[in-house]
Ligand binder design. Structure first.
Ligand code: ZN
Length: 414
């Protein structure tokens, strides 16, 4: 007997090797079968997803969790249920000084959170500047943190830009590389810039914000050489790390990103990023095929970090992390971090997110922290949403006619 059977969906599971119309069966929190025509009477719950896209739960390679302890952090659960993202790779919220507390925090989340350890012990408690003092960029402490958390820390994160490293140039990167692969490097306004960073990276290291206009990554010889050598290119959209014209230049040069991620944090979740399906639509808007976009948000990021157990796939025995999307035909306008607009041919609207075979229920996000600079339009939209929620949730669910007497009174026959 299966616990759950999703029938009739269009499956795109690149890592598990199933693309087409398949049923997906779940038992004991794991994928039990992916095949056409599985018997519905052999499942406790059957959900007809005909006409929908079914993918492995999305893997977002670059996010920031742990709100309340960091400048950038977002609680993942109130976003996960409506975006299909079941694995949130935290990209450097914590370094050696804070990794134990991060681990404790994520153990209460419904989604999976592997972590990239920030090479700075400070992590992302502050807005920037965490590697301006090399006393915090301690290789031995970072190695010790990795060794303490072998099933949680899956790589190292370092931010290399003018504000983050100050006068220390590439030394934080050199120290990150000394701790161990894979290293994810963020680039922004230099120096040091991408032309300084890329020659140091090894095959399997990750350049995030790969299509950044702020960092002016482009598609020049240094960029092409790194790509050819096996450096992985990750979108890492964020509030300033993604420009359509840069991505178009890279695509024209054959440098398609390996992974698509959001860099979701408290200053981009209200726009321009919103969530991973919206970011995926931006790749569709510049011509990346849907199959490749799904791979870049599932199997590719899982492989980049060697996430264990089949995460990012629907392989039999993998955790039953599954996303179901309605595919709305567009075109829909989408915008990058610099106000450039393109049109996406369709939009993926998540209708169900399962983690280990369990449907994530809707949950509401906390209000933005006071240091987030929102535009008037963003504030007005948040106010409208709050009012709509009050109106919706403040009403009784049903009237008297929708109720029964749950505990019938016994008549006293006296
Ligand atoms: Zn980030």
């Amino acid at each position: 007997m299966q616990d759950l059977l999703l029938t009739g969906g269009h499956v795109v599971d690149v890592g598990g090797g199933h693309v087409g119309r398949y049923d997906v069966a779940v038992r004991g929190g794991r994928i039990a079968a992916v095949a056409p025509g599985l018997a519905p009477h052999e499942a406790r719950e059957v959900v007809d997803v005909t006409g929908h896209l079914v993918t492995p739960g999305l893997v977002d390679l670059h996010t920031h969790v742990h709100p309340g302890a960091t400048y950038w952090g977002v609680h993942p659960d109130p976003v996960a249920w409506h975006s299909g993202v079941t694995t949130w790779v935290d990209a450097g919220s914590a370094g050696a000084w804070g990794i134990d507390a991060l681990r404790t925090a994520v153990s209460s989340y419904r989604v999976r959170v592997p972590a990239l350890l920030n090479i700075s012990g400070l992590g992302l408690t502050g807005r920037t500047g965490e590697s301006t003092d090399l006393a915090h960029v301690d290789v031995d402490a970072a190695r010790d943190a990795v060794a303490r958390h072998p099933d949680f820390v899956v790589g190292v994160k370092v931010r290399i830009d003018r504000e983050t490293v100050g006068a220390n140039g590439l030394r934080p990167l050199e120290r990150a590389l000394a701790v161990g692969p894979p290293v994810m490097v963020h680039v922004a306004a230099g120096p040091p810039g991408p032309e300084d960073v890329l020659p140091l990276l090894r095959p399997g290291d990750i350049l995030t914000h790969c299509a950044s206009g702020t960092a002016a990554v482009g598609a020049g010889p240094v960029v092409r050489e790194a790509y050819a050598r096996g450096v992985l290119f990750d979108v890492g959209h964020g509030a300033g790390g993604f420009a359509f014209d840069v991505l178009e230049e890279q695509l024209a040069a054959g440098l398609a990103p390996h992974t698509v991620s959001t860099d979701l944090h408290t200053r981009c979740r209200y726009g321009p990023v919103f969530d991973l399906p919206t970011t995926m639509a931006k790749l569709r808007a510049v011509g990346v095929p849907l199959h490749d976009v799904v791979e870049a948000a599932t199997a590719a990021p899982a492989a980049a970090l060697r996430l264990p157990g089949g995460v990012g796939t629907l392989a039999v025995g993998a955790p039953a992390d599954v996303a179901v999307f309605a595919v709305d035909e567009g075109p829909f306008p989408v915008v990058d971090a610099n106000g450039q607009v393109r049109r996406a041919p369709e939009r993926l609207r998540c209708v169900a997110t399962y983690v280990a075979g369990r449907l994530l229920p809707p949950s509401l996000p906390e209000p933005p922290p006071p240091w987030v600079p929102l535009t008037e339009a963003q504030r007005a939209a948040l106010d409208r949403r709050d009012k709509a929620l009050r109106d919706l949730l403040g009403q009784p669910l049903v009237g008297p006619e929708g109720l029964t007497e749950q505990f019938p009174r016994t008549r006293n026959e006296g």
